[in-house]
Design a protein around this ligand. Structure first.
Ligand code: PLP
Length: 478
């Protein structure tokens, strides 16, 4: 070989190496963090760099903290891959995705007590969103704007923010989106503290927080902290009573982010949805018990009228030579999630969702039984309603570790089980919570309980002598 040939060969070898991940220059260097790399790398190398980097992220099966879907059928995965490059907002380019969106809204509305003969667009209305947060924002905005119209008509000077700053009433254990809503739109955030042992809306006091400036009351069908539910039927009765004499009748929006696609399929829930007269809108996350990957949400308004969803929240977008209403806040995002939700509804049907959710409930009830057997936990939420397990250490548990320590001990076995304080008024109570999702089979639950036994043995061992759990410093301070 000539010198030239040799150099060419070396260059070819080097180029070849740069295509093999382990031999590449990139694998021997830290990941680019601050500025974009100067040159390209081979796609096979780049993909390995990313995959290796995220290797120690949460293992879906052992993540008992999240509500979000981490597992779909391979057919759904492929469908989503094929539709990732679509844009849900572009209704004239993707009219079928738009149609599927409406079909899903309709199916969900009918699960929530809208009579079967009523039709999307004529009687009720709704939209997909990127999650419940967007749904909550839209629900809150509709309450705010319709209140403004009604308040004006009733002669209130709504520009006088001192006398008529709008307010929203909700129990204190709410998801952060409601605080965001109130902050963004300058609404007074009125949180009803929890009372006694009940970790839900305090019906004895909620109406004390309501006045003519109340844009609405939020009922939560599935409180994120504990998995308990507000008594929305009881709330509805109070609101009906209040509205009989109120100058400005008040309305209910239900945040059913995770309960909304669980409760309709299993027994044991009081009416919480459009079966109740004062419920005007409901949101749910498609990516929780709707069993689609994040981000997908839904909101439905019970009547397609300006009195419920005001005119100014409907924006006209082109659709097949004419136009339709766009209600969502977000604009462009993939249509894959809508396709996947529609797939799930077709694939499982009512019977399928029922079977899946009943299995989920069975697992949650079994976990409660097993947790009771340890003899050191008080069960706060037992899985008889939503499939959430929430517990605290009993006062007489006689251990010297806290649930925060248990969180760490379980993490060593790969399980994520968060510990945190209850909302205001009961902050001194530390709880642990498990969210049982579809995909958490009984076998996984059994595995978890086995590891919990080991983790507790580890804790007792490393904390030495068993001490009095009543020592607050031990149970509340990490
Ligand atoms: C999860 C949750 C939300 C936020 O939902 P995203 O879909 O994550 O935006 C709102 N409210 C409640 C009660 C929730 O559990």
């Amino acid at each position: 070989m000539s010198k030239n040939d040799q150099e060419t060969q070396q260059m070819l070898d080097a180029a070849q190496l740069e295509k093999t991940f382990l031999g590449s220059t990139a694998a021997g260097e830290s990941l680019p963090k601050n500025t974009m790399p100067a040159g390209p790398m081979a796609p096979d190398v780049a993909v390995e760099m990313v995959d290796h980097f995220r290797l120690n992220e949460a293992k879906a099966n052992q993540n008992l903290a999240t509500f979000c879907t981490t597992e779909m059928e391979p057919q759904a995965d492929q469908l989503m891959m094929r539709t990732l490059n679509t844009n849900a907002i572009d209704k004239s380019e993707y009219p079928k995705t738009s149609a599927m969106e409406n079909y899903c809204v309709s199916m969900i509305a009918h699960l929530w007590g809208i009579p079967d003969e009523e039709k999307f667009g004529d009687d009720f209305i709704g939209t997909s969103t990127v999650g419940s947060s967007e749904g909550c924002m839209l629900g809150g905005l509709a309450l705010l704007h319709t209140w403004k119209h009604r308040a004006k008509a009733a002669g209130l000077d709504i520009d006088d923010l001192h006398a008529h700053k709008p307010n929203l009433v909700i129990m204190s254990g709410n998801q952060v989106v409601w605080e965001k809503f109130c902050t963004y739109w300058n609404v007074d955030f009125r949180q009803v503290p929890i009372n006694g042992d009940q970790v839900s809306l305090d019906l004895d006091h909620v109406m004390d927080y309501v006045d003519e400036n109340t844009i609405g009351i939020i009922g939560i069908e599935g409180i994120t902290y504990t998995g308990s539910v507000d008594d929305i039927q009881g709330l509805d009765k109070l609101v009906t009573e209040y509205n009989k004499t109120a100058a400005l009748p008040v309305r209910i929006h239900v945040d059913a982010a995770f309960g909304g696609l669980f409760a309709p399929f299993v027994d044991g829930f009081k009416p919480w949805d459009f079966r109740l007269d004062n419920v005007v809108s409901i949101n749910v996350s498609g990516h929780k018990y709707g069993m689609v990957y994040p981000g997908l949400g839904w909101i439905v308004w019970r009547k397609n009228s300006y009195d419920i969803l005001p005119k100014e929240m409907r924006f006209s977008v082109p659709y097949l030579g004419s136009s339709v209403d766009s209600i969502a806040i977000n604009f462009s995002h993939s249509g894959a999630h809508i396709n996947a939700q529609y797939y799930n509804f077709l694939r499982f049907g009512l019977a399928g969702y029922k079977a899946i959710m009943n299995n989920v409930r069975k697992v949650s009830l079994k976990l409660t039984d097993e947790l009771r057997k340890f003899g050191i936990f008080d069960i706060l939420v037992d899985g008889k309603e939503l499939p959430i397990n929430c517990w605290k250490l009993s006062d007489n548990a006689n251990v010297s570790w806290s649930l925060y320590d248990m969180e760490d001990a379980l993490a060593k076995y790969g399980w994520q089980v968060p510990a945190y304080p209850l909302p205001k008024n009961r902050e001194e109570t530390i709880t642990s919570r498990i969210v049982v999702r579809p995909g958490m089979t009984m076998a996984i639950a059994d595995d978890f309980i086995d590891d919990l036994k080991l983790a507790i043995a580890d804790l007792n061992h490393s904390f030495g002598d068993v001490k009095d759990v009543n020592d607050k410093n031990k149970t509340t301070v990490r």
